[in-house]
Design a protein around this ligand. Sequence first.
Ligand SMILES: Cc1ncc(COP(=O)(O)O)c(C=O)c1O
Length: 435
Amino acid sequence: MDRRSFVAAAAAAGAPQLPGQAGKPVRDKPLRGDHWGPLYYDEAERSQVVEVVDTGVPFRFAGRGGVNPLKAATFEKEFAAKIGTRYALALSSGTGALECAMAALQIGPGDEVILPAWTWHSTCTAVIRAGALPVFAEIDESFNIDPADIEHRITPQTRAIIAVHLQGNSADLDPILAIARKHRLRVVEDCSQAVGASYKGRRLGSLGDIGTYSHQESKTITSGEGGSVVTSDPELFERACRFHDVGSLSQPHQQMLGAARLAPFVGTNFRMSEFTGGVMLAQLRKLDSILEAARGNSARVYEGLRDVPGIRFRLRPDPAGDLGSPVFVGFATKAQRDRYLELMKAENVPAGGPQGSVILPIQSYIEKKIATHPAWPTWNTPRGKAIQYGAASCPRTIDILNRFAGVPVGPKYTRSDIADIIAAVRKTYPRAAAS
Ligand SMILES: Cc1ncc(COP(=O)(O)O)c(C=O)c1O
């Protein structure tokens, strides 16, 4: 999940007393909103990196001097087992993972893909780089795609829906999967910001046709950069494997599949190195303990705020599966939300609006339809020429994002940090909501 901006917010100094501020701030110093994975770096990650240095074999597909490089391969095996799919493919980024998903599903020029108006650039650039047309649906108060805003956007050209699980919280998959089944569409789950989270007992990424993950620094577990794709469909897996390695199928993946089914096709390079594979393996083995600590802390915050009069939380389709950070509260107006941000800062418990994503329809390259080449197929079809983006195409998304604010809750926060968060929200929420 993404806490990039919260780190910046937490680092922001100073907490002057605001007019109307009651009493002493809850904390003397701001809480630090560190990224989770690196907090857990220890001997396990160090020895993985040192082993690669010592063997001198950093490339996963070519052993030397009797060394069989297995770090990325073992990560794939353990990651698939953790998520509950037949296959996992280790990659160099979450952006690459989304591009592999598009290639696996053979999405291309003339196709349309429905995705939420609020997500990271890569979810959309993968669609555009495949030559297909992005069609945006509004989000609901989970900050994820609103299942009720999908069906009327389906056309004969629609091929897939991308459900993005943002900031640790799952999209409401049951109705999304039902719509996809009804219209014979594929479902991609972009789990980049929710690695390890689940929906009704199943890990995110295992419910749709194909799941994608980022292992960049701000995500649950990390090697600085990295990504993965999971699926249980051998044909999708083979296409993703071939796409990530210039069209070829390497021996370890061929072994996993039993036999190649497809002819080589044009691909690219999103391979993971053995250094990255080793660090990811060490991090993966800590995933459940990181999640347990994070969920325990966020459950304490939710419990401590439950009885605040009128309090309204972010919608969580499956609270038990949510990673629980940040804890978002909602207001009737943007002015109230902004007042809450000021009051929380003054308490030295900084909060922020929903972060780590962008409102895609108002990004200039999308609004003005600028691809890498003027003849790029995305916006050169009749539908591509006709579609209109911009703020008027996603008013509900903009409104929701303006009315919510969250406090990051880290797995390593102490009981006293948690008590401070609860005290600060209890002190400020009613005042902001009444302003
Ligand atoms: C929802 C989402 N999808 C995709 C990505 C892309 O991942 P990466 O930065 O590893 O390429 C991110 C990264 O922040 C993300 O948040």
